[in-house]
Design a protein around this ligand. Structure first.
Ligand code: NAD
Length: 504
């Protein structure tokens, strides 16, 4: 039987990653499935990163002249190449990040979907025509490409986040420089190899148009500080956002910040409890609680609490935890020991504040460096500082409410504002939740969970989640610069607002 390391080698070979890139180097790559070492990768030096950014800028200067629908053809080919590699790349995502096989493949499907979206978008980068107040004048908006887009991504969506940004940026005429998580360089190398094959099929593209820089936060900082990068899209913790936002602001660069969430769901008395149970199970325990949209707080009406919570506890105690590649597993490993310790720390804090905890314990395996835990249900009487913090692990805090206004108050009383849900059959409650006085999040759902967004909508959140929007809807506009044009096709020169300035 193949070891995981041998399987990784075979997958990388199938995906077209030269073995010279993964067999030596200063960065040790481990799989969270067993904790064992699966590769050694070289990180980029500061000098080489600087040169790569300059090369990307030169590539941008050429690429912006390629007509947008032609740029869309590159992304269509990228989508095709991804489609052909969905299985090996999906499996590699599972091995490197620890998510279930269907989620690993789902992540690649998401990449394919955004390519389809962006290829169509390449013929729709249209501006408005605006009525002018002056006779024989026409006003319009033109969208121009922006420059090099820096992408910094997190470990938990090791490839999809790049594609959300890169597919849009490339059709918009930008170049892309990507700094993936230092925990997931292999899937990044595989994605780069896939991109390069698509580029070869496309024909000549400027060298360095889409570049991968492997390294730690220091390399990320280079993207943040480079004057050649007008937009940085950074996905990760709120702590990371706090570090990069002021540096970007200091040089007036644009930022798309996709940071931590502390997502809640309200379960109202009229909720369809069977559907709610299934939605909550996936949102709270899926990806071992390591999605930015993971459900972290459950606000349940007091009239159904005693019926619903025991049902949920039953699901929590029976869910299958283990190898994410095995049939039947629903909860895979935490990414590493640090994550395990953060989870135990949060549970300890909750316990000493009087919470009732079900689950949360480590599942012992033969692999000392793998961290499997039973997801925890933590019943609390109020929203303490622990509850208000995002702990990136499967902890679901459960709160009771008596009136709807109180539930909404609890819902919004956290620093983050990413995703939210209400489970109700009451139209007034549902509409209120979606209204301006309802959920304060970037994503608000009715009768589905907080996680599992589609690419067609704009994705992102408010408050400490950073305010960025990626992926669908009109998120593309951030990757371009808007020019307002006024054209005078008459012989007079009327000034706006009736201002007169006669020099004759
Ligand atoms: P992290 O903040 O530790 O790292 C994310 C990325 O930022 C990595 O590539 C890292 O090297 C880089 N980085 C860290 N500090 C930096 C700095 N000062 N300058 C430049 N780059 C820096 O996050 P993580 O542990 O990989 O991911 C989990 C976190 O990401 C969670 O908080 C989760 O909610 C969040 N997340 C958010 C979204 C979203 O769309 N809102 C999506 C996925 C993950």
């Amino acid at each position: 039987m193949m070891t995981i390391r041998q399987e990784v080698e075979a997958l990388l070979a199938a995906l077209g990653v030269p073995s010279s890139l993964t067999t030596s180097g200063d960065l040790t790559v481990r799989t969270p499935i067993t904790g064992e070492i699966i590769a050694q990768v070289s990180t980029i030096t500061a000098e080489a990163a600087k040169a790569a950014i300059a090369k990307a800028h030169a590539a941008y200067l050429e690429w912006r002249n390629v007509p947008a629908p032609k740029r869309g053809e590159l992304i269509r080919l990228l989508g095709e190449e991804l489609r052909a590699n969905i299985e090996p790349l999906g499996r590699l995502v599972t091995i490197e990040s620890g998510k279930l096989l269907s989620e690993g493949q789902g992540e690649v499907q998401e990449m394919i979907d955004i390519c389809t979206f962006a290829a169509g978008l390449s013929r729709q980068l249209a501006g408005l025509t605006v009525p002018s107040e002056r006779a024989k004048h026409r006003m319009m908006e033109t969208w121009h490409s922006l420059g090099v887009v820096g992408v910094i991504s997190a470990f938990n969506f090791p490839v999809a986040v790049w594609s959300w940004n890169a597919a849009l940026a490339l059709v918009c005429g930008d170049a892309v420089v990507w700094k993936p998580s230092e925990k997931t360089p292999l899937t990044a190398l595989a994605t780069q190899a896939i991109f390069e094959r698509a580029a070869k099929k496309f024909g000549a593209i400027p060298a360095g148009l889409a570049t991968l820089l492997i390294g730690d936060a220091k390399v990320g900082e280079q993207l943040v500080d480079s004057p050649l990068i007008p937009l940085v899209s950074a996905t990760g913790s709120t702590a990371m956002g706090r570090a990069v936002a002021p540096r970007l602001a200091a040089r007036f660069a644009k930022a798309i910040l996709e940071l931590g969430g502390n997502n809640a769901a309200i379960v109202a008395p009229s909720a369809d409890l069977d559907l709610t149970l299934r939605a909550i199970a996936f949102s709270a325990m899926g990806t071992a609680g390591q999605r930015c949209t993971t459900l972290r707080r459950l606000i349940v009406h007091e009239s159904i609490y005693d019926k619903f919570i025991p049902q949920l506890k039953k699901v929590y105690s029976s869910v299958v935890i283990g190898d994410p590649g095995a049939q039947g597993t629903l909860v895979g490993p935490l990414i590493d020991e640090r994550s395990y310790k953060a989870m135990q720390g949060a549970l300890e804090e909750a316990r000493s504040a009087g919470a009732t905890i079900t689950g949360g314990e480590r599942i012992e395996t033969a692999d000392v460096e793998a961290f499997y835990v039973r997801p925890a249900l933590v019943e609390v009487s109020s929203q303490t500082e622990t509850v208000k913090r995002e702990t990136f692990a499967p902890i679901l805090y459960v709160l009771k409410y008596s009136d709807f206004a109180g539930a909404l108050g609890l819902h919004n009383d956290v620093p983050q504002g990413l995703s939210s849900s209400i489970f109700t059959m009451n139209l007034r409650e549902a509409e209120l939740f979606l209204s301006v006085t309802g959920s304060d999040c970037g994503i608000a759902n009715v009768n589905i969970g907080t996680s599992g967004a589609e690419i067609g909508g704009a994705f992102g959140g408010e408050k400490e989640t950073g305010g960025g929007r990626e992926s669908g809807s009109d998120a593309w506009k951030q990757y371009m610069r808007r020019a307002t044009n006024t054209i005078n096709y008459g012989t007079d020169l009327p000034l706006a607002q009736g201002v007169s300035f006669d020099i004759a």
